[in-house]
Design a binder for this molecule. Structure first.
Ligand SMILES: Cc1ncc(COP(=O)(O)O)c(C=O)c1O
Length: 389
């Protein structure tokens, strides 16, 4: 069969043609009005998507760069912070905190559940010296989506700031940065934002800026103060050479999100997730998260007994060109993940589900071909008919 690839991973994700074409445009210089215009368009667009009036700073880095920047800019060695750890990316925040000499209190919650805001509230009450709470919005490694709004309410009452990794959330899932009390929001280009990897951004609140001014941690390239100074100028810029093509490309992608309408984008992701779940269940497979509330970015599925999870992912890629993600860390081989965050519609899901059914059968599982697809289609009709009426 002709080899065609279908990227169904939760990052990187497919790039819309108009975004790719923008990347291919002739280079422009960044210290020019033409660049400033495009940069400002991106910043203004991002504010609308993230529902924030805060300062938005853009860095040439993958998401982890901006996570590190949040740690380095907001805290000083010895500061006590609480990190909610329920997956690989929560763990990353804890590791970054330790790397910068912070005293990290890890709140470990089960990887198939959401963080409990009450536990965070309790810690903050007992330990008013905690300076920051780190939370992963959409924990891509498990498919679980945390209740940022509830945690925001809890943290707002304390001296601590709330830092949220929304690298696979905002732009696809509801994220009301200001209303929910997020002090530092971290995003990346390669998931919901339908742009190649390499750009990251943060939105920083006045409460967080107070800490930024006081932080004694080392920082240079990722210094929030330098970045803010440059966006405050009459012709906003970045302190260093920006990833010019990515900035222009992401600006087009942001415009696409705004044109579709934020709430429509959120609803599209909900529909895709619900259809995917219906298919998985109809095939007799089990979803990984116990708590599926709001889990609309990635569908994490338990590998059924008797099947090698890594082999399933490899087989789908080699035989059918459909690229899914396997499990990470302690979930390696135990789950597989279907990404539907970003530039996806129902028919992308159909491709992935069809390849999944074929692969399960080819690997010897007793499933009924078409059962998952039928369930997904039924759910799709139900959900979209309801929207029409
Ligand atoms: C929730 C989350 N946080 C952090 C990261 C790390 O981002 P990056 O790989 O862009 O550095 C990812 C990417 O997979 C992610 O999904």
């Amino acid at each position: 069969m002709l080899r065609k690839e279908y990227l169904m991973t939760p990052g990187p994700t497919p790039i819309p043609p108009q975004v790719s074409l923008t990347e291919a445009e002739p280079m422009i210089h960044h210290r020019t009005p033409a660049y400033t215009e495009e940069f400002v368009r991106l910043l203004e667009g991002l504010k609308k998507v993230l529902l924030t009036e805060k300062d938005v700073l853009v860095f040439a880095a993958s998401g982890t760069g901006a996570m590190e920047a949040a740690v380095a800019n907001c805290f000083s060695p010895g500061d006590r912070v609480m990190v909610a750890v329920g997956g690989k990316f929560g763990k990353r925040f804890a590791e970054l905190g330790s790397a910068y000499g912070l005293e990290v209190i890890a709140y470990e919650y089960p990887w198939d559940e959401r963080a409990n805001p009450e536990v965070i509230a309790d810690h903050l009450r007992k330990d008013p010296d905690i300076k920051g709470v780190f939370l992963t919005h959409s924990e891509t490694s498990t498919g679980v989506v945390n209740d940022v709004r509830a945690v925001g309410e809890v943290v707002k009452e304390s001296k601590a700031i709330l830092i949220v990794d929304s690298i696979s959330g905002a732009g696809a899932l509801e994220m009301r940065t200001d209303q929910w009390g997020v002090d530092v929001l971290v995003i990346g280009s390669q998931k919901a934002f339908m742009t190649p990897p390499g750009l990251a951004a943060v939105a920083v609140s006045p409460k967080a800026w107070e800490l930024v001014e006081r932080s004694s941690s080392p920082r240079y390239y990722f210094d929030f103060r330098k970045a803010r100074k440059k966006i405050m100028e009459k012709e906003p810029q970045t302190p260093f050479t920006p990833a010019i093509s990515l900035v222009r490309a992401m600006s087009v992608a942001v415009e696409m999100i705004l044109q579709e309408g934020l709430e429509n984008v959120w609803e599209r992701h909900r529909i895709l997730a619900e259809c995917c779940r219906a298919a998985v269940r109809a095939l007799g497979l089990e979803l990984f998260p116990k708590d599926l509330t709001g889990a609309y970015a990635v569908t994490a599925v338990k590998v059924p007994d008797g099947l090698d999870g890594r082999e399933l992912v490899r087989h789908m890629n080699r035989r059918h060109g459909v690229i899914l993600a396997g499990g990470q860390d302690q979930l390696k081989g135990k789950i597989f993940r279907i990404g539907h965050v970003g530039y996806y519609n129902f028919f992308d899901l159909v491709v992935a589900l069809s390849a999944l059914e074929l692969s399960l059968k080819e690997l010897g599982m007793d499933i009924s071909l078409g059962a998952g697809l039928a369930a997904a289609e039924e759910r799709y009709l139900e959900m979209t008919e309801r929207a029409k009426n």
